[in-house]
Write a protein that binds this ligand. Structure first.
Ligand code: G3P
Length: 218
């Protein structure tokens, strides 16, 4: 499995990559807007430079023609770009065209198994079920991830299931149990994953016992 960061913040990405655990990034227009950038292309190129693997970059068009025009431009911005396209009929048409052109697509804003299966049939490299947003409306977002993984396995679909809209470490644990191929998370959740109070108190005790020896290190 792989961990991606769900952010457009270059410092956060560099920090996660340095830990050796983050291999990719997902962005969206809302995340980009938080970075106050003046050029989408420049920000994406900075992100792609510090990221060893795939960087999902979303089109900002609703019709197939507009999506295709933007997707072809975005695909030229860096070698590790994956174009993010919404899970709509227009998005499916764009995805199948882009697949034929060799441009990889992440179908985003997926909220049902049916949308995910269509994404796989259209040739998407990734499909992104949004867990937290389904939880927000009283549905079980993670059950959707589990269903998609199972059904993709039934048919040996190659499309990777990318669990998105992850809000806390319990979401991560559940996505791992369901076999999500990729989990994308905010930097805050990655930081939370590193922490355990017993690790902190354990370090404190080891260090204080060590100091009490008065011993030299070598
Ligand atoms: O990857 C999708 C993500 O950015 C959406 O997260 O928390 O806005 O639902 P959220």
């Amino acid at each position: 499995m792989r961990i991606f960061l769900d952010t457009a913040n270059v410092e956060e990405i560099a920090s996660g990559v340095k830990m050796g655990v983050v291999s990719g990034v997902t962005t969206n227009p809302s995340l980009v807007s938080k970075e106050g950038c003046t050029s989408y292309k420049e920000l994406v190129q900075k992100i792609c430079k510090v990221t060893p693997g795939d960087v999902s970059v979303e089109v900002i068009e609703e019709d197939t023609r507009g999506m295709l025009t933007q997707a072809r431009q975005i695909a030229r911005w860096a070698d590790n770009v994956v174009v993010k396209v919404p899970s709509t009929a227009a998005g499916l048409e764009a995805t199948s065209n882009l697949k034929q052109e060799g441009i990889r697509v992440n179908m985003t804003l997926c909220f049902s198994v049916n949308q995910a299966v269509l994404a796989a049939l259209a040739g998407a490299a990734y499909v992104s079920p949004f867990v937290g947003r389904l939880d927000d409306i009283g549905e079980d977002g993670m059950a959707l991830v589990g269903d998609i993984v199972d059904i993709f396995n039934n048919y040996a679909f190659e499309t990777r299931v990318l669990a998105a809209s992850i809000r806390h470490p319990q979401h991560v644990l559940q996505a791992l149990r369901y076999g999500a191929h990729v989990i994308t998370m905010p930097y805050k959740v990655l930081t939370q994953m590193t922490k355990h109070p017993l690790t902190d108190t354990g370090i404190e005790r080891f260090l204080s016992d060590w100091r009490s020896t008065g011993s030299a290190f070598s």
